[in-house]
Design a protein around this ligand. Sequence first.
Ligand code: PHE
Length: 351
Amino acid sequence: MNDLDSLVQQARAAFDAAPTAAELENAKARFLGKSGSLTELLKGLAALAPEAKKARGAEINKAKQQVEALLGAARERLAQAELEAQLRAEALDVTLPGRTRGTGGLHPVSRTIERIEAIFSSMGFEVAEGPEIETDWMSFTALNNPENHPARSMQDTFYVELKDASGRWLNLRPHTSPMQVRYARAHAARHAGKTESGQPMPEVRVIAPGRVYRVDSDATHSPMFHQIEGLWLGENVSFKDLKVTFASLVREFFETEDFDVRFRPSFFPFTEPSAEIDIRFGSGPLAGRWLEVAGSGQVHPTVVRNFGLDPEQHIGFAFGIGADRFAMLRYGIDDLRLMFDGDLRFLAQFR
Ligand code: PHE
């Protein structure tokens, strides 16, 4: 092997070993650069006699062409490898499942309220809504609460740093009962004067669902919770009607016939007599336990007067249902706080 052949071999080995385009260019410089070995050989021709110069020049040029061809092939190889690496890095796995947009759903309390609204609508009740920030008169006075009743205290009721026209602090309503007053007064105003025409005033039959607020927080109490107020006033609406109405609600809401309803004597300033309503299922996971689900009673005559109605003619009952309680019983939820934490792992179960 002559010196040129071995130079070509060295170039081949160097080019093959270059792992990157940059290192290939370095290797190229060692052979073809300004002071590369082939360049040096060509410079050396000047010292030769014309005949020898011609022959040697042709040999060197042939070797140079071989080295250039090897360089081209190596460049090609590296470019190809680079392209393949890039394709691998950017590869798409077309078998990966796509990302779908999540579907929302109604909160269990919203579902519960919607169901209860539908059931009462089918029994001829209207559905009304009212403000969560109330006046002292609506939340307490009109409902026959004495001036120093503990419900008025800061320990029980949240107040807003704003006063109403009579100079009293506004409150975050501690119950939906002010809606009895708002709805019945509007009803009385709407039908005022029409009674003289001999037509009796239509019955008041309404439910009013919504948020209520109390200074209270543990596993069974949340500072914000939901009630559904009910009011039915007519010429002779009695506890019997309340019991039938409530039993219909329980039957349709829980989709069972296997339950009892019990009125347990209680006290509310705005009803007399008053009762807590308990229910007891005969079967299922809650079977045999009395569960308190609502407060109720016959509307107190003073309150009926505050409605702008005559207590001799407008007799009936009111109730306040614990909507969250209904939701927990229906869906088997044992901690009230779960419902208001906003944890999607909990909420997604109700989609
Ligand atoms: N407002 C009462 C409460 O929040 C419930 C109730 C409503 C009781 C209507 C009687 C009549 O506890």
